[in-house]
Design a protein around this ligand. Sequence first.
Ligand SMILES: [Zn+2]
Ligand SMILES: [Zn+2]
Length: 144
Amino acid sequence: MGDLSEHFNHKDFKCHCPECRGEEFKIHLGLVGALEMIAEHFKKPVRVISGYWCDAYNDKLKKEKVSWHVKGKAAHFAIDGVPLAELFLFAETIPEINGVGLYLKEGFIHVDTRPQEKRDIFIKDGERYIPATPEKRKLYGIGS
Ligand SMILES: [Zn+2]
Ligand SMILES: [Zn+2]
């Protein structure tokens, strides 16, 4: 049992930067709930790579177009032994999750709980963000 939920702890979602030393912290419980669904579905430990980003860290990274990490509504995760494509496809089915990104080079999935009207499903290939159109899905092995 974690101190946040069944499988997760506060420290899993802390900012990793040296400026705030992880003292700043914000996490949306809907996001934690969604990660719980993923943990239960795959019955394996979910490795949270990154969760909350403080403003300083977000500026330093400047990686994502809109950062839901600064709002505590986004996380990057992977599960050892489960292909990213499978994680991606399952994450998409969770109602609370309206942002899903397949980070090929980095080897993780981005999920966030942005509002439904802003729904965005994408693939990050190298430095490029590619909308997950049916064509691209086929190309990247996440099509149906
Ligand atoms: Zn920080
Ligand atoms: Zn992200």
